[in-house]
Design a protein around this ligand. Structure first.
Ligand SMILES: [Zn+2]
Length: 50
């Protein structure tokens, strides 16, 4: 198993956690991705949270 931490991807509109992404601890930048939110029923910006 890797030591990569698991980051939650949170919808910027409804704040629901919809996705998890594995990330390398060495990378400090926060991700923001356009993903489909099943709660908003559309594509929204998903931001990485702890
Ligand atoms: Zn949403």
């Amino acid at each position: 198993m890797s030591q990569d931490s698991l980051a939650k991807m949170e919808c910027g509109e409804c704040k629901q956690t919809n996705y998890y992404s594995t990330r390398n601890k060495k990378i400090k930048t926060r991700l923001a991705l356009k993903k489909h939110c099943k709660h908003c029923k559309k594509h929204t910006d998903h931001k990485e949270t702890k």
